[in-house]
Design a protein around this ligand. Structure first.
Ligand code: PLP
Length: 392
C-alpha cells in the first residue's frame, strides 16, 4: 500500500545519510569519549565535531551546546535549572499554547509555590505582547515562550519578545523544537539565553536533543554525575546519536536556503486545494506568520479522530494535534486557547510536510480527502440538522 507520511511535526524519517554516518559509532568507534585510549579519543573527536555542526546551525559557540536525550528533557532542564539557580525569585511567564513538555510543568511549579502567568493568544494564535510586558515583575525568574507552535505552526515574534524580556534583565528560554531546521534561527542576533531543540524533528533519530545555554547564564546542573557536558549533564555521551544529530544539523543548514520555499509551495497547494474542494473548513492561524510546512485545519461537522482513521486506511498519515494529545477526545489546549469553537476544534487535523514529501503526494491527499470528509459528514447528525436548517 502506498504510504503518504504527512506527520513530520510528530517525527521525521531518519535521513539515510544520517544513518550511514552513525553506523561506525556502533561497530568500530564505540569507545567512551572519556577513555584515554585511541578508540575513546576518536569518539571524543566525533562528539566535538557534532557539537560544532549543531552550533553552526544555530550560529552559536560549541561550548554553549549541551546534548540531552530529547526536547522534553531540554525544556525541563531549562525551566527547572533556571528556577533552582535563582531560588529567591518565584514567578515564571509562559504561554497558553506551549507543548506539554513545558505546559505540563505548570501545575507542578504551582504546587511548589511558584506563580505562573500564562500569556494569551488571539484567534489566529498570535501572542499578546502587551500581556507579556504587563506580566514582568522584579520577582520574574524566567520567561519561557515557544518559537513556533507544533499544532498550528504559528511563529512567535521572538525578536520582539527578547527585546521586551532582556530590557528587564530576565532570563529567556525558547522551545524551538519545531522551528530549528524549518526556519533560520540565528543566536548571534537573537538574544535568548536558552533554547531547546530535538533531533527527531530534523531527520536525526529519536532520543537525542540539545539545550543551548548562552555563556554566562545562571543554571543549575540537571543531571548530577560525571564531568560530561562540562558538569551540566552527567552521563556517558550517546555518541552515535550525537554524531547523527551533527549530520542532521549539517544537512538542515545546507537545505535552509531552498527547502522552506519548496515546502511552503507544497503546503500552500494542499491548503488551497482543500479550501477549493471542501466546504466549511477553517485554517488555523491563517492570518499569522506560520512555519512553511504546517497546515492545521478544522473540518466542521467531522470528528478529527474518525477522519484520521479513514485517512490512515487510505495510506495517509496525519495528526489530530500534537502526538502527545492524540488519543484524547478533548480538543487540544492550543485550539481552545485560540478560541476556536468546540464543534470546529473537534474536527482538527494537522498535515505537516517534510524533506521526503513530493507534489504527487499532495495530489494524492487532494484526491482522497474530499470523499472521506463527505462520507463522515453524511453520517453526522449535526451535518444533517444543518442541511435541514438551511432548507428552512
Ligand atoms: N516541544 C515541542 C514544540 C514539540 O513539538 C515537541 C515534540 O513534539 C517537544 C517539545 C518534545 O520533544 P521530544 O519528543 O524530543 O521530547
Amino acid at each position: 500500500m502506498k504510504v503518504v507520511y504527512m506527520d513530520n511535526n510528530a517525527t521525521t524519517r531518519v535521513d539515510p545519510l544520517v544513518v550511514q554516518e552513525m553506523i561506525p559509532f556502533f561497530t568500530e568507534t564505540y569507545g567512551n569519549p572519556s577513555s584515554m585510549h585511541l578508540v575513546g579519543a576518536r569518539a571524543q573527536k566525533a562528539v566535538a565535531r557534532a557539537r560544532e555542526k549543531v552550533a553552526q546551525l544555530l550560529n552559536a559557540h560549541p561550548d554553549e551546546i549541551v546534548f540531552t536525550s530529547c526536547g522534553t528533557e531540554s525544556d525541563n532542564a531549562a525551566i527547572r535549572g533556571v528556577l533552582e539557580a535563582s531560588p529567591e525569585k518565584r514567578h515564571l511567564v509562559t504561554t497558553r499554547v506551549e507543548h506539554p513538555a513545558v505546559w505540563n510543568q505548570i501545575p507542578y511549579l504551582r504546587q511548589k509555590g511558584y506563580r505562573v502567568t500564562e500569556l494569551r493568544v488571539d484567534r489566529e494564535g498570535r501572542l499578546d505582547l502587551e500581556h507579556l510586558k504587563a506580566s514582568l515583575t522584579d520577582d520574574t525568574a524566567l520567561v519561557s515562550i515557544m518559537f513556533a507552535n507544533n499544532e498550528t505552526g504559528v511563529i512567535f515574534p521572538l525578536e520582539e519578545v527578547a527585546q521586551i524580556v532582556k530590557a528587564r534583565g530576565i532570563v529567556l528560554h525558547t522551545d524551538a523544537v519545531q522551528a530549528v531546521g524549518k526556519i533560520p534561527v540565528d543566536l548571534s542576533k537573537l538574544p535568548v539565553d536558552l533554547l531547546s531543540m530535538s533531533g527527531h524533528k530534523i531527520h536525526a533519530p529519536k532520543g537525542i536533543g540539545v539545550l543551548y545555554i548562552r555563556r554566562g547564564t545562571k543554571i543549575a546542573p540537571f543531571m548530577i554525575g560525571g564531568h560530561q557536558e562540562k558538569g551540566r549533564r552527567g552521563g556517558t555521551e550517546n555518541v552515535p546519536y550525537i554524531v547523527g544529530l551533527g549530520k542532521a544539523a549539517e544537512i538542515s543548514q545546507q537545505e535552509l536556503s531552498k527547502e522552506p520555499m519548496r515546502l511552503q509551495g507544497l503546503r500552500d497547494k494542499l491548503e488551497q486545494g482543500i479550501l477549493e474542494r471542501i466546504p466549511r473548513v477553517l485554517v488555523n492561524g491563517k492570518g499569522a506568520d506560520r512555519l512553511p510546512n504546517t497546515l492545521s485545519c478544522c473540518f466542521e461537522y467531522v470528528e478529527g479522530e474518525s477522519l484520521l482513521l479513514l485517512l490512515s486506511d487510505s495510506g495517509i498519515c496525519a495528526s489530530s494535534g500534537s502526538a502527545c494529545t492524540s488519543g484524547s477526545l478533548e480538543p487540544s489546549h492550543v485550539l481552545r486557547a485560540m478560541g476556536i469553537p468546540y464543534t470546529a476544534a473537534h474536527g482538527s487535523v494537522r498535515f505537516s510536510l517534510g524533506r521526503f514529501n513530493t507534489e504527487e503526494e499532495v495530489d494524492f491527499v487532494l484526491e482522497n480527502l474530499p470523499g472521506i470528509v463527505e462520507r463522515l459528514r453524511q453520517i453526522s447528525p449535526f451535518w444533517e440538522k444543518r442541511a435541514e436548517g438551511s432548507k428552512g
